[in-house]
Design a protein around this ligand. Structure first.
Ligand code: ADP
Ligand code: MG
Length: 624
């Protein structure tokens, strides 16, 4: 028999150190984690068995047994699920594979007292057993394989994996209970824990203990502890908040509170039950490129898969929970799920329902909805360009920050607050809200009290391309085209003085191709200059994004440079511009104006060294 000794990954060691020394008050959650894992393992095997019936030998009587031995001070949790082979044991129980756990470790401060509070927030899965056990043995045999293995550790630095014997597939976890954790060897205590956290598990959970009654015939007594009926199949009125929450924790592998719970049964031509949750915190995998929905599909209370892309659209991938269909066949395979008409109608109906629930929330509970929007709005907005049929609906649900500075606002709100002659919904895009807020292009709009929406999510650029207008009002970027601050009266318009004309001529000559045009701005009130895109050019921020993703060949389009006639610097330069030799004397000044505008856009000057040299020489001459 070979035994290999291995070190835990460094992060796991840190985590375990905390588990071993922790004084966490809810140590009982270790059992919830083990039962949740056992249940997942059985679900996995049942699904694999649909396509490979050899794997499920005993007819699929999946079960979880929990065996107590007070004398040996052991608690043994076993399942007949999919099991783990040697590689699985090493990668699942020796590293931090789970994103939740790695987020936990990232947040650890090193101060045990502080870090302990994180356990409830992130959950630590399997490793939580080391809060109550000083040695843990995991004996496992993977379904369809011959060999069994024993993983063993005291949770300090190392673990061993050795060859072992086990007749049946599945996993048996033996916890050698710490002296200060003997409460977890009491039948009553365990029953309470299982009832509290795991009542919804659909497999029977049996508690087996020695019979204290020495006269009794049986040396052991066993008792099924959990309700075992699917939670979603029960009446709403029979389910407590607490039960919903525990079920959410299990089904979502999450530890936050569900912000919204949607539970209903659809009856009619197609019958199914839905129990969905909107998390209160962003799940770790929310921005995974795969964008996979995470809702689990059940058929007649039997788990089928959680890898079902057709159940919900990608823009609802923050939803967690289950959909249980009465109409699909139990032996449905992955291939059969694709383009299945039953799935399509479930998807449509559930999507509709989720959006309706969100709309209701937006009306009834504005703060709650805004919280939802802050966490998941950027995902839901993908629906604006992905789901043509629901575009208008989702547009109405969208919320934005704006120059009005009154928190999140909707497009409907924006439109109803538009000025009398305003025809355009103005927005500014940017890499962040802070950057957008500082944009000089906003100055004139603020001065005129015209609201501008901050569209600072990367996804905003994409839907803007496809949505020309909302309720008949077109969208317009404040960094593009001539600013139609049109409510201005004719006589208020900036006059082109001969000096300004001269300055414009000088700048144009000096900058040449670097700018598309130079003109007097009516969108600036403070800053001297800004850059804008010409009417038919691409929005500047969009162009930057595409460049960043290498989606754009060729040079950046030349910009229009706008100058502020009221700005003292521009006035001074304009005076200079009429003098002889001004093209030469204003050469550096022209270049610095352009670079300054670029910097305000968050770009670099085209030639940073040249910029620094020019600036230095200006500073030198100003102190002479
Ligand atoms: P999570 O369950 O969220 O993935 P855990 O730390 O609880 O994280 O478990 C880590 C992994 O170990 C699981 O994803 C699973 O692959 C494996 N595992 C744990 N317990 C079992 C079990 N009883 N049977 C099979 N695999 C298991
Ligand atoms: Mg787990």
């Amino acid at each position: 028999m070979t035994t290999e000794k291995m070190g835990f990954e460094a992060e796991v060691s840190r985590l375990l150190h905390m588990m071993v020394h922790s004084v966490y008050s809810d140590r009982e959650i270790f059992l919830r984690e083990l039962i949740s894992n056992a249940s997942d393992a059985c679900d996995k095997l049942r699904y694999e068995g649909l396509t490979n019936s050899d794997l499920v030998k005993d007819g699929g009587d999946f079960a979880i047994d929990i065996r107590l031995d007070k004398d040996a001070k052991t608690l043994i949790v076993s399942d007949n699920g999919v099991g783990m082979n040697k590689e699985d044991l090493i990668s699942h129980l020796g590293t931090i594979a789970r994103s939740g756990t790695s987020a936990f470790v990232d947040n650890m401060s090193g101060d045990t007292k502080k870090d302990v509070n994180l356990i409830g927030q992130f959950g630590v899965g399997f490793y939580s057993v080391f809060m109550i056990a000083d040695k843990v043995d995991v004996l496992s045999k993977k379904a369809g394989e011959d060999k069994a293995f024993l993983w063993s550790s005291d949770g300090i630095g190392e673990y061993t994996v050795s060859d072992a014997d086990k007749d049946t597939n599945g996993t048996t976890i033996t916890l050698h209970i710490k002296d200060d954790a003997e409460e977890f060897l009491e039948v009553l205590r365990l029953k309470t824990i299982i009832k509290t956290y795991s009542d919804h598990i659909t497999l029977p959970i049996t508690l087996i203990s020695k019979n204290d009654d020495k006269e009794a015939e049986e040396a052991e007594k066993s008792e099924k502890v959990n309700d075992g009926s699917a939670l979603w199949a029960r009446q709403k009125s029979d389910i407590s908040e607490e039960q919903y929450k525990e079920f959410y924790h299990h089904v979502a592998h999450a530890y936050d509170e569900p912000a919204t719970t949607i539970h209903y049964r659809a009856e009619g031509k197609i019958e199914y039950t839905v129990l969905l949750f909107i998390p209160s915190q962003q799940p770790m995998d929310l921005f995974d490129p795969a964008r996979k929905p995470k809702v689990k599909l059940y058929v007649k209370r039997v788990f089928i898969t959680e890898d079902c892309e057709d159940l919900l659209p990608g823009y609802l991938r923050f939803m967690r929970g289950v959909v249980d269909s009465e109409d699909l066949p139990l032996n449905i395979s992955r291939e059969m799920l694709q383009n299945n008409p039953v799935m399509t109608s479930i998807r449509n109906a559930v999507t509709k329902r989720v959006l309706t629930e969100l709309e209701k929330k937006a009306k009834k509970d504005v703060d709650g909805y805004n919280e939802f929007w802050t966490s998941f709005g950027s995902v839901l907005k993908e629906g604006i360009y992905e789901d043509f049929a629901r575009r208008d609906q989702i547009l109405k649900m969208a919320r934005f920050e704006s120059t009005a500075d009154k928190g999140l606002t909707s497009l409907e709100n924006y439109v109803s607050g538009m000025n009398k002659n305003q025809e355009t919904i103005y927005y500014i895009t940017g890499d962040s809200l802070e950057a957008a807020k500082r944009s000089p292009q906003l100055e004139g709009f603020k001065a005129k009290d015209i609201e501008v929406l901050y569209l600072t999510d990367p996804v905003d650029e994409f839907w803007l391309q496809m949505v020309p207008e909302f309720e008949g009002k077109k969208f317009g970027s404040v960094t593009r085209g001539a600013a139609e601050l049109d409510d201005k009266k004719e006589d208020e318009k900036k006059e082109d003085t001969p000096e300004l004309d001269a300055l414009i001529g000088v700048i144009k000559t000096n900058l040449g191709e670097a700018v598309k045009d130079v003109r007097i701005s009516n969108r600036l009130t403070d800053s001297a200059v800004c850059l804008v895109a010409d009417d038919d050019d691409m929005d500047m921020h969009m162009e930057r994004i595409l460049k960043m993703h290498n989606k754009l060949d060729g040079a950046t389009s030349a910009r229009v440079m706008e100058i502020n006639a009221d700005n003292p610097l521009i006035k001074t330069l304009a005076e200079q511009a009429t003098k002889e030799g001004s093209v030469e004397s204003l050469k550096d000044a022209s270049q610095i104006l352009l670079d300054q505008a670029r910097i305000m856009e968050g770009d670099l000057p085209e030639d940073p060294v040249g910029f620094a040299t020019r600036l230095s020489s200006f500073m030198t001459s100003s102190f002479k």
